[in-house]
Design a protein around this ligand. Structure first.
Ligand SMILES: CC(C)(COP(=O)(O)OP(=O)(O)OC[C@H]1O[C@@H](n2cnc3c(N)ncnc32)[C@H](O)[C@@H]1OP(=O)(O)O)[C@@H](O)C(=O)NCCC(=O)NCCS
Length: 173
């Protein structure tokens, strides 16, 4: 796998709030999330105030040349460095941004934070995210059938996992 080192991961701050909200509310991002209503700034600020003081959560920005290109929510869900991730690239980002975001995030999570496993979940119709996880080296670990109801219909959820040891093997190649 190509190992891209461009860009960096940093903590999200209050200055990023409006930009992250505009990405989150964009139809090309929103339709792939579990909650699909348009989020108000007040709701977004309440979420940030809570989540940014939760030590199990890492709210992160991927940036290139000082410009924010995507958001990642890394959530430690179990002892021993096991985390879930959620993410989106800026909807107007160049093709290839997601890959860079993914590589940098894995380097940060496994390298700097010393995590053991990263887990991802994608709605079954989110083919881009499914391909994206596989391309980064994640294993598909299961499918939760009809696990999500969007108000009109049920969707299955595809679960992915990547171990630090898998990641080291692919990056050493
Ligand atoms: C998922 C996401 C981060 C990918 O970012 P991106 O910049 O589009 O991805 P890249 O251009 O870097 O492509 C990386 C890989 O993603 C997959 N991919 C990207 N666009 C794709 C498409 N239109 N169809 C299928 N796979 C696609 C491919 O595997 C691709 O690798 P390849 O180019 O070697 O084939 C981005 O599309 C996004 O933010 N989507 C909306 C939010 C979302 O779905 N988040 C994930 C929730 S689980």
């Amino acid at each position: 796998m190509e190992y891209v080192t461009h860009g960096l991961i940093r903590r999200m701050t209050g200055n990023d709030l409006e930009q992250v909200l505009s990405w989150r509310n964009h139809p090309d991002v929103r339709r792939f999330m579990y909650t699909q209503h348009e989020i108000t700034l007040a709701e977004h600020i309440r979420w940030f105030d809570r989540a940014s003081v939760d030590t199990a959560r890492h709210l992160l920005i991927f940036e290139i040349d000082g410009e924010a290109q995507g958001f990642i929510n890394l959530h430690e869900i179990a002892p021993g460095g096991i985390a879930d991730w959620g993410f989106y690239a800026a909807p107007n980002a160049h093709k290839g941004t997601g890959r860079q975001l993914g590589n940098k995030l894995l380097q940060y999570a496994f390298g700097e934070l010393g995590f053991h496993k990263i887990c991802g979940q994608a709605l079954a119709f989110n083919e881009r995210s499914i391909q994206f996880h596989l391309r980064l080296g994640f294993e598909q670990e299961g499918i939760l059938r009809d696990q999500h109801f969007d108000g009109q219909q049920y969707h299955s959820v595809v679960c992915f996992g990547l171990l630090a040891t898998d990641w080291q093997t692919t990056t050493e190649r």
